[in-house]
Write a protein that binds this ligand. Structure first.
Ligand code: TA6
Length: 288
């Protein structure tokens, strides 16, 4: 399928797709900002998003690495919230495969690439990330490989901070998390609902949510979307900032909380990776 590389200094991005599905990904953060299927945009990117830094792109699929959240990993000083991977330009590695029905491209990030010294001094390890994006029919697969290229163990957490587009978040139903424990605002709960609805600020970390499929009903134009994840992405975060937080974010419209929800596959228990070893995980979004 057609691939268009658009170079605009640090606004470099790639548009790929055929008539049925298309995708836009920025070199900055290897951040996918758009994924359309049959003319419907299925990801949310804020109209106020910074597409060339210094903040992370507010939308699409930001890559969280090597740390989720503001708290420093054990033994490390605090990195920027959600780490540095979404705050630097990755290297486009090229097209892994391209046919009428399927296109696969990949991006690379290594410790030697443009990570400000301050961040390197805080998390000073030799690593390589390879992010593979596969667009095929009504699916978008994103696979993250983490390689320890150094001589000592390192510890990380990681997550795909996926912003999904909805027409009206209050009409959305999220299925597949029933029975799982979750933390929200420092309290522990067990999800009792088969269908989760959102009508207030929501910031839930479902730990060990082994579910392989999370279904969102009534996203755009009454359509459903399914997020599946590999077992390595053990955890799921569901986030909507709601009105007060929306107003506090300069890169987010005051009303935009009504047209998005984050459903985020991640590995939030610290992972220790030995020298020469690799870890990988993927998610697949299916547009129904
Ligand atoms: O994934 C949920 C979350 O951790 C929320 O607590 C909120 O902070 C959100 O990420 C956005 O974080 P960001 O650093 O992108 O503004």
């Amino acid at each position: 399928m057609p691939i268009e590389i658009i170079n605009g200094n640090n606004l470099d991005h790639i548009i790929l797709g055929n008539g049925e599905s298309s995708l836009t990904v920025y070199y900055y953060g290897a951040n996918i900002t758009s994924w359309k299927y049959k003319g419907f945009e299925r990801l949310f990117t804020s109209s106020k998003a910074n597409l060339s830094g210094p903040k992370a792109i507010r939308g699409g699929i930001p890559i969280v690495f090597p740390q989720f959240g503001p708290e420093a990993l054990h033994g490390y000083k605090a990195l920027p919230q959600h780490g540095f991977a979404r705050l630097v330009c990755w290297e486009f590695q090229g097209v892994k495969c391209d046919s009428v029905e399927k296109t696969e491209i990949s991006f690379l990030l290594k410790n030697t690439m443009l990570i400000p010294e301050a961040q390197q001094s805080i998390w000073n390890h030799d690593f390589k990330l390879i992010y593979t994006i596969t667009l095929q029919a009504n699916t978008l697969k994103t696979n993250l490989e983490v390689h320890n290229t150094g001589a000592s163990d390192f510890t990380f957490t990681t997550l795909l901070h996926t912003y999904l587009k909805v027409d009206n978040v209050e009409k959305l139903a999220i299925k597949g998390l029933s029975g799982y424990k979750f933390k929200e605002f420092s309290h522990d709960y067990t999800e009792s609902r088969n269908e989760i609805t959102i009508a207030k600020e929501t910031d839930r970390v479902y730990q060990n949510a082994a579910t392989s499929a999370i279904t969102l009903d009534n996203t755009v134009a009454g359509k459903s979307l399914v997020l599946t994840k590999s077992p390595e992405f053990k955890d799921v975060v569901v986030w909507n900032p709601w009105v007060d937080n929306a107003k506090k974010m300069a890169d987010f419209g005051d009303e935009e909380y009504m047209e998005m929800v984050c459903v985020e596959a991640g590995a939030l228990e610290p992972i220790v990776l030995a020298p020469g070893k690799a870890w990988e995980a993927h998610q697949v979004l299916v547009a129904l």
